[in-house]
Design a protein around this ligand. Structure first.
Ligand code: F6P
Length: 342
Protein backbone atom coordinates (compact mmCIF):
# COMPACT_ATOMS: atom_id res chain seq x y z
CA UNK A 1 0.00 0.00 0.00
CA UNK A 2 1.15 3.57 -0.71
CA UNK A 3 -0.12 6.55 1.31
CA UNK A 4 0.35 10.31 0.91
CA UNK A 5 0.63 12.66 3.90
CA UNK A 6 -0.30 16.34 3.78
CA UNK A 7 -0.39 19.28 6.18
CA UNK A 8 -2.84 22.04 5.33
CA UNK A 9 -3.98 25.40 6.74
CA UNK A 10 -2.01 27.45 9.28
CA UNK A 11 1.05 25.63 10.62
CA UNK A 12 1.33 24.50 14.20
CA UNK A 13 4.08 23.10 16.48
CA UNK A 14 3.83 19.29 16.38
CA UNK A 15 3.07 18.77 12.68
CA UNK A 16 6.49 17.22 12.10
CA UNK A 17 6.03 14.93 15.11
CA UNK A 18 2.78 13.60 13.57
CA UNK A 19 4.53 13.01 10.23
CA UNK A 20 7.36 11.15 11.99
CA UNK A 21 4.89 9.03 13.98
CA UNK A 22 3.01 8.03 10.84
CA UNK A 23 6.14 7.23 8.83
CA UNK A 24 7.78 5.16 11.57
CA UNK A 25 4.71 3.08 12.45
CA UNK A 26 3.46 2.63 8.89
CA UNK A 27 6.83 1.63 7.46
CA UNK A 28 8.12 -0.50 10.36
CA UNK A 29 4.93 -2.22 11.55
CA UNK A 30 2.96 -2.45 8.31
CA UNK A 31 5.46 -2.12 5.47
CA UNK A 32 3.38 0.71 3.98
CA UNK A 33 5.13 3.05 1.53
CA UNK A 34 4.75 6.78 2.26
CA UNK A 35 4.96 9.88 0.11
CA UNK A 36 4.98 13.48 1.24
CA UNK A 37 2.49 15.80 -0.46
CA UNK A 38 3.86 19.33 -0.86
CA UNK A 39 1.85 22.35 0.39
CA UNK A 40 -1.39 20.72 1.49
CA UNK A 41 -4.19 20.14 -1.02
CA UNK A 42 -2.19 22.12 -3.61
CA UNK A 43 0.18 19.14 -3.86
CA UNK A 44 -2.71 16.68 -4.26
CA UNK A 45 -4.26 18.69 -7.06
CA UNK A 46 -0.89 19.23 -8.82
CA UNK A 47 0.43 15.72 -8.16
CA UNK A 48 3.41 17.13 -6.23
CA UNK A 49 4.68 14.13 -4.26
CA UNK A 50 8.07 12.94 -2.94
CA UNK A 51 9.20 9.75 -1.17
CA UNK A 52 9.07 9.86 2.62
CA UNK A 53 11.19 7.31 4.49
CA UNK A 54 12.66 6.93 7.99
CA UNK A 55 15.60 8.97 6.76
CA UNK A 56 13.47 12.07 6.05
CA UNK A 57 11.82 12.03 9.49
CA UNK A 58 14.79 11.39 11.74
CA UNK A 59 14.96 13.76 14.73
CA UNK A 60 11.78 15.52 13.62
CA UNK A 61 9.59 15.38 16.73
CA UNK A 62 11.21 18.46 18.24
CA UNK A 63 11.28 20.51 15.03
CA UNK A 64 8.68 23.27 14.50
CA UNK A 65 6.85 23.98 11.22
CA UNK A 66 6.18 21.25 8.67
CA UNK A 67 8.66 19.60 6.31
CA UNK A 68 5.77 19.13 3.85
CA UNK A 69 4.89 22.81 3.57
CA UNK A 70 1.31 24.00 3.83
CA UNK A 71 -1.23 26.13 1.96
CA UNK A 72 -4.87 27.09 2.17
CA UNK A 73 -5.77 25.55 -1.21
CA UNK A 74 -9.30 24.20 -1.59
CA UNK A 75 -9.07 20.77 -3.32
CA UNK A 76 -12.41 21.32 -5.06
CA UNK A 77 -11.25 24.50 -6.81
CA UNK A 78 -9.31 24.96 -10.05
CA UNK A 79 -9.22 22.94 -13.30
CA UNK A 80 -7.39 19.99 -11.68
CA UNK A 81 -9.46 20.03 -8.48
CA UNK A 82 -12.51 17.96 -7.56
CA UNK A 83 -12.81 14.35 -6.47
CA UNK A 84 -12.74 12.86 -9.98
CA UNK A 85 -9.51 14.61 -11.00
CA UNK A 86 -7.88 13.90 -7.64
CA UNK A 87 -8.81 10.26 -7.88
CA UNK A 88 -7.11 10.07 -11.30
CA UNK A 89 -4.01 11.89 -10.02
CA UNK A 90 -3.69 9.54 -7.05
CA UNK A 91 -4.25 6.49 -9.25
CA UNK A 92 -1.57 7.73 -11.67
CA UNK A 93 0.95 7.82 -8.81
CA UNK A 94 -0.27 4.49 -7.36
CA UNK A 95 -1.34 6.26 -4.15
CA UNK A 96 -4.07 4.38 -2.27
CA UNK A 97 -5.05 7.00 0.28
CA UNK A 98 -4.26 10.26 2.05
CA UNK A 99 -3.64 11.24 5.66
CA UNK A 100 -4.72 14.89 5.98
CA UNK A 101 -3.43 16.82 9.01
CA UNK A 102 -5.27 20.10 9.49
CA UNK A 103 -7.91 22.23 11.13
CA UNK A 104 -11.61 22.70 10.42
CA UNK A 105 -11.25 23.69 6.75
CA UNK A 106 -8.89 20.80 6.01
CA UNK A 107 -11.04 18.25 7.81
CA UNK A 108 -14.20 19.52 6.09
CA UNK A 109 -12.48 19.07 2.71
CA UNK A 110 -11.24 15.62 3.79
CA UNK A 111 -14.77 14.66 4.82
CA UNK A 112 -16.18 15.78 1.46
CA UNK A 113 -13.49 13.86 -0.45
CA UNK A 114 -14.18 10.78 1.69
CA UNK A 115 -17.87 11.13 0.79
CA UNK A 116 -16.82 11.25 -2.87
CA UNK A 117 -14.97 7.96 -2.56
CA UNK A 118 -11.36 9.03 -1.85
CA UNK A 119 -9.57 7.10 0.91
CA UNK A 120 -8.81 9.69 3.61
CA UNK A 121 -7.82 9.62 7.29
CA UNK A 122 -7.83 12.89 9.27
CA UNK A 123 -5.61 14.21 12.06
CA UNK A 124 -6.85 17.34 13.91
CA UNK A 125 -4.53 20.35 14.25
CA UNK A 126 -4.99 23.87 15.68
CA UNK A 127 -3.16 26.04 18.18
CA UNK A 128 -6.50 27.72 18.96
CA UNK A 129 -7.91 24.42 20.35
CA UNK A 130 -11.19 25.28 18.66
CA UNK A 131 -12.00 21.83 17.20
CA UNK A 132 -14.70 19.71 18.74
CA UNK A 133 -14.29 15.93 18.85
CA UNK A 134 -10.85 16.01 20.48
CA UNK A 135 -10.14 17.03 24.08
CA UNK A 136 -7.00 18.91 23.05
CA UNK A 137 -5.24 19.48 19.77
CA UNK A 138 -1.44 19.52 19.56
CA UNK A 139 0.09 22.97 19.22
CA UNK A 140 -2.20 24.46 21.85
CA UNK A 141 0.00 23.53 24.81
CA UNK A 142 3.07 24.99 23.06
CA UNK A 143 1.22 28.22 22.23
CA UNK A 144 0.06 28.55 25.86
CA UNK A 145 3.61 27.99 27.13
CA UNK A 146 5.04 30.59 24.74
CA UNK A 147 2.30 33.09 25.65
CA UNK A 148 2.69 32.47 29.40
CA UNK A 149 6.44 33.01 29.22
CA UNK A 150 5.84 36.27 27.33
CA UNK A 151 3.30 37.40 29.99
CA UNK A 152 5.80 36.69 32.77
CA UNK A 153 8.26 38.95 30.98
CA UNK A 154 5.65 41.65 30.45
CA UNK A 155 4.80 41.54 34.12
CA UNK A 156 8.36 42.25 35.29
CA UNK A 157 8.77 45.26 33.01
CA UNK A 158 5.21 46.38 33.88
CA UNK A 159 6.09 46.16 37.60
CA UNK A 160 9.25 48.25 37.14
CA UNK A 161 7.32 51.11 35.55
CA UNK A 162 3.96 50.60 37.28
CA UNK A 163 2.37 50.33 33.83
CA UNK A 164 -0.65 48.47 32.60
CA UNK A 165 0.41 45.86 30.01
CA UNK A 166 -2.06 44.62 27.40
CA UNK A 167 -0.98 41.34 25.77
CA UNK A 168 -2.76 40.03 22.67
CA UNK A 169 -2.69 36.33 21.83
CA UNK A 170 -4.14 34.29 18.95
CA UNK A 171 -7.65 32.90 19.08
CA UNK A 172 -9.84 33.81 16.14
CA UNK A 173 -13.15 32.45 17.41
CA UNK A 174 -12.33 31.00 20.82
CA UNK A 175 -10.36 32.20 23.83
CA UNK A 176 -8.57 29.07 25.04
CA UNK A 177 -5.04 30.45 24.61
CA UNK A 178 -5.95 33.69 26.39
CA UNK A 179 -7.78 31.84 29.19
CA UNK A 180 -4.95 29.39 29.89
CA UNK A 181 -2.02 31.80 29.39
CA UNK A 182 -3.89 34.45 31.39
CA UNK A 183 -4.57 32.07 34.29
CA UNK A 184 -0.99 30.76 34.20
CA UNK A 185 0.48 34.25 34.44
CA UNK A 186 -1.99 35.75 36.92
CA UNK A 187 -3.67 38.21 34.53
CA UNK A 188 -5.94 40.83 36.10
CA UNK A 189 -8.39 40.74 33.16
CA UNK A 190 -8.85 38.13 30.39
CA UNK A 191 -10.82 39.17 27.30
CA UNK A 192 -12.04 36.36 25.02
CA UNK A 193 -14.31 36.21 21.94
CA UNK A 194 -16.99 34.23 23.80
CA UNK A 195 -17.51 36.96 26.45
CA UNK A 196 -17.72 40.56 25.16
CA UNK A 197 -16.92 43.16 27.85
CA UNK A 198 -17.39 46.94 27.89
CA UNK A 199 -14.36 49.20 28.17
CA UNK A 200 -15.75 50.32 31.56
CA UNK A 201 -15.73 46.73 32.85
CA UNK A 202 -12.11 46.31 31.74
CA UNK A 203 -11.07 49.67 33.17
CA UNK A 204 -12.70 48.93 36.51
CA UNK A 205 -10.67 45.69 36.87
CA UNK A 206 -7.48 47.44 35.78
CA UNK A 207 -8.03 50.22 38.34
CA UNK A 208 -8.80 47.68 41.09
CA UNK A 209 -5.48 45.90 40.47
CA UNK A 210 -3.61 49.21 40.26
CA UNK A 211 -5.16 50.42 43.51
CA UNK A 212 -3.73 47.32 45.21
CA UNK A 213 -0.29 48.39 44.02
CA UNK A 214 -0.13 45.92 41.12
CA UNK A 215 0.93 46.63 37.54
CA UNK A 216 -2.20 45.38 35.74
CA UNK A 217 -1.90 42.71 33.05
CA UNK A 218 -4.74 42.46 30.51
CA UNK A 219 -4.72 39.39 28.23
CA UNK A 220 -6.86 39.63 25.11
CA UNK A 221 -7.64 37.19 22.29
CA UNK A 222 -7.33 38.60 18.77
CA UNK A 223 -11.02 37.73 18.21
CA UNK A 224 -12.32 39.61 21.31
CA UNK A 225 -15.00 42.24 20.72
CA UNK A 226 -15.89 45.07 23.02
CA UNK A 227 -19.63 45.27 23.74
CA UNK A 228 -21.14 47.16 20.82
CA UNK A 229 -18.53 45.99 18.26
CA UNK A 230 -20.13 43.96 15.45
CA UNK A 231 -17.03 42.01 14.53
CA UNK A 232 -13.46 41.37 15.62
CA UNK A 233 -10.94 44.14 15.00
CA UNK A 234 -9.10 43.88 11.69
CA UNK A 235 -7.16 46.41 9.66
CA UNK A 236 -5.00 44.07 7.56
CA UNK A 237 -7.32 42.98 4.77
CA UNK A 238 -8.43 39.41 4.03
CA UNK A 239 -6.66 36.04 4.11
CA UNK A 240 -6.74 33.30 1.44
CA UNK A 241 -10.17 32.17 2.72
CA UNK A 242 -11.50 35.75 2.48
CA UNK A 243 -11.58 35.94 6.26
CA UNK A 244 -10.44 39.22 7.88
CA UNK A 245 -6.81 39.02 9.05
CA UNK A 246 -7.13 39.60 12.77
CA UNK A 247 -4.67 41.26 15.11
CA UNK A 248 -4.45 44.66 16.74
CA UNK A 249 -7.29 44.76 19.30
CA UNK A 250 -4.62 45.28 22.02
CA UNK A 251 -3.58 48.51 20.26
CA UNK A 252 -7.22 49.63 20.39
CA UNK A 253 -7.65 48.84 24.09
CA UNK A 254 -4.35 50.26 25.39
CA UNK A 255 -4.96 53.97 24.62
CA UNK A 256 -8.55 53.71 25.88
CA UNK A 257 -7.37 52.19 29.17
CA UNK A 258 -4.69 54.88 29.51
CA UNK A 259 -7.19 57.65 28.77
CA UNK A 260 -9.82 56.38 31.22
CA UNK A 261 -7.50 55.37 34.09
CA UNK A 262 -4.53 57.72 33.76
CA UNK A 263 -2.26 54.65 34.03
CA UNK A 264 0.48 54.53 31.41
CA UNK A 265 -0.42 51.55 29.21
CA UNK A 266 1.49 49.54 26.59
CA UNK A 267 0.26 46.96 24.06
CA UNK A 268 2.10 43.85 22.83
CA UNK A 269 0.82 41.61 20.04
CA UNK A 270 2.45 38.16 20.23
CA UNK A 271 1.28 37.04 16.78
CA UNK A 272 2.98 34.20 14.95
CA UNK A 273 5.63 33.72 17.64
CA UNK A 274 2.96 31.49 19.22
CA UNK A 275 2.95 29.22 16.15
CA UNK A 276 6.69 28.93 15.56
CA UNK A 277 9.50 26.92 17.08
CA UNK A 278 9.82 23.68 18.95
CA UNK A 279 6.69 21.92 20.30
CA UNK A 280 6.36 21.33 24.06
CA UNK A 281 6.95 17.80 25.37
CA UNK A 282 3.16 17.39 25.82
CA UNK A 283 2.55 18.32 22.18
CA UNK A 284 5.36 16.06 20.92
CA UNK A 285 3.80 13.10 22.72
CA UNK A 286 0.23 13.92 21.64
CA UNK A 287 1.27 14.53 18.03
CA UNK A 288 3.35 11.35 17.91
CA UNK A 289 0.49 9.27 19.35
CA UNK A 290 -1.93 10.74 16.79
CA UNK A 291 0.54 9.86 14.03
CA UNK A 292 0.88 6.28 15.28
CA UNK A 293 -2.92 5.97 15.46
CA UNK A 294 -3.33 7.39 11.94
CA UNK A 295 -0.95 4.69 10.65
CA UNK A 296 -3.04 2.05 12.47
CA UNK A 297 -6.21 3.49 10.89
CA UNK A 298 -4.65 3.21 7.42
CA UNK A 299 -3.63 -0.38 8.10
CA UNK A 300 -7.21 -1.15 9.22
CA UNK A 301 -8.55 0.74 6.18
CA UNK A 302 -10.74 2.83 8.50
CA UNK A 303 -11.21 5.40 5.71
CA UNK A 304 -13.38 8.43 6.37
CA UNK A 305 -12.39 8.58 10.05
CA UNK A 306 -10.15 10.91 12.02
CA UNK A 307 -8.07 10.25 15.11
CA UNK A 308 -8.65 12.26 18.28
CA UNK A 309 -7.79 12.51 21.99
CA UNK A 310 -10.52 11.38 24.40
CA UNK A 311 -9.37 11.61 28.00
CA UNK A 312 -5.99 9.90 27.72
CA UNK A 313 -6.88 7.60 24.81
CA UNK A 314 -6.46 8.12 21.08
CA UNK A 315 -9.72 7.09 19.40
CA UNK A 316 -11.24 7.06 15.90
CA UNK A 317 -14.22 9.34 15.28
CA UNK A 318 -16.27 10.40 12.26
CA UNK A 319 -15.20 13.73 10.72
CA UNK A 320 -18.63 15.17 11.55
CA UNK A 321 -17.82 15.01 15.28
CA UNK A 322 -15.18 17.71 14.77
CA UNK A 323 -17.05 19.87 12.27
CA UNK A 324 -19.85 22.42 12.50
CA UNK A 325 -19.90 23.91 15.95
CA UNK A 326 -16.61 25.07 17.49
CA UNK A 327 -15.06 24.08 20.80
CA UNK A 328 -15.74 27.34 22.62
CA UNK A 329 -14.74 28.25 26.17
CA UNK A 330 -17.79 27.39 28.31
CA UNK A 331 -19.11 30.18 30.54
CA UNK A 332 -18.27 28.22 33.70
CA UNK A 333 -14.59 28.07 32.73
CA UNK A 334 -14.56 31.84 32.21
CA UNK A 335 -16.37 32.47 35.49
CA UNK A 336 -13.90 30.23 37.31
CA UNK A 337 -11.00 32.37 36.02
CA UNK A 338 -12.88 35.67 36.55
CA UNK A 339 -12.86 35.13 40.34
CA UNK A 340 -9.15 36.00 40.17
CA UNK A 341 -9.57 39.20 38.09
CA UNK A 342 -8.92 42.73 39.37
O1 F6P B 1 -6.32 29.36 13.19
C1 F6P B 1 -5.16 29.53 13.86
C2 F6P B 1 -4.67 30.93 13.77
O2 F6P B 1 -3.52 30.93 14.52
C3 F6P B 1 -5.68 32.01 14.24
O3 F6P B 1 -5.66 32.20 15.61
C4 F6P B 1 -5.21 33.22 13.47
O4 F6P B 1 -6.26 34.14 13.26
C5 F6P B 1 -4.77 32.62 12.18
O5 F6P B 1 -4.33 31.31 12.46
C6 F6P B 1 -3.69 33.42 11.50
O6 F6P B 1 -3.22 32.70 10.41
P1 F6P B 1 -2.34 33.27 9.23
O7 F6P B 1 -1.82 34.62 9.61
O8 F6P B 1 -1.25 32.27 9.09
O9 F6P B 1 -3.22 33.30 8.04
Amino acid sequence: MKIGILTSGGDCPGLNAVIRGIVLKASIAYDIELVGIRDGWRGVVDGDFFPLTRHEVKGLSKVGGTILGTSRTNPYEGPRGGAENISKTLYGHHIDGIIAIGGEGTLAAANRLAGDGINVIGVPKTIDNDLRGTDYSFGFDTAVNIASEAMDRLRTTGDSHQRCMVAEVMGRHVGWIALHAGMASGAHVICIPEVPLSIDEIVSLVSKAHDRGRAPLVVVSEGFTLKGMDEAYSDKGLDAFNRPRLGGIAEVLAPEIEKLTGIETRATVLGHIQRGGSPSAFDRVLATRLGLAAADAVHDQAWGKMVALHNTDIVRIPFEDALGELNSVPQYRYDEAAVLFG
